[in-house]
Ligand binder design. Structure first.
Ligand code: NI
Length: 190
């Protein structure tokens, strides 16, 4: 596997972002290269999670590099993720600002369960289980949603979605079309 390459991040509105993905079935060199590229792209964009759809691939996979509620940094890859959240009395909703690298510049509060358990396979096809709290719980839910063709804007009320759209419209010009291949502009560079 060569070093990861930074890929352009696909934006909301591209069909691949809004369709259910295909499962990962080949845990081969090509997949390992994709994983390396996704880590490089996530790091360049300063994200905590990145799904395959966000680099234009109709494939059920995400990478993450994200702190949990104890500020412990957790990093990994999940293929074919299934995420479950507590039900009933065990469920605690937490509202926090959420954003998406595929809709850059915009953040709005979204309530989600504060704990999530994600199961799937690693890049070699071995079973993995990731139990997430804090930001990692949000990340696991957000990235699994991407694998199912859902973006977090779909989960907002129409009023909050409007605010998100306005924020994005104002700040999107800081992000070149091939960002993060071309870095984000500084405001004074506009
Ligand atoms: Ni996202």
């Amino acid at each position: 596997m060569s070093e990861g390459r930074i890929l352009p991040i696909t934006r909301w509105g591209e069909p691949v972002m809004h369709e259910v993905t295909e499962p990962v079935t080949s845990f081969d060199e090509e997949l390992h290269q994709l994983v390396a590229d996704m880590f490089a792209t996530m790091e360049a964009a300063e994200g905590v999670g990145l799904a395959g759809t966000q680099v234009g691939r109709n494939l059920s996979i995400f990478v993450y590099d994200c702190p949990d509620e104890n500020q412990v940094r957790r990093r990994g890859v999940v293929c074919n993720p299934v995420t479950v959240v507590p039900e009933g009395r065990d469920r605690n909703m937490e509202s926090a600002e959420e954003g998406c690298l595929s809709f850059p510049g915009a953040y709005q509060p979204l309530a989600r369960p504060d704990k999530a358990t994600c199961t799937g396979q690693d890049e070699h096809g071995n079973p993995v289980t990731v139990v997430g709290t804090g930001l990692l719980a949000r990340c696991l839910q957000h990235e699994t949603d991407h694998c199912n063709g859902t973006v977090f804007g779909d989960k907002l009320s129409s009023r909050v979605r409007r605010k998100l759209d306005e924020q994005h419209a104002e700040l999107v010009k800081l992000y070149p079309d091939d960002w993060p291949v071309t870095p984000k502009l500084k405001r004074h560079e506009l």
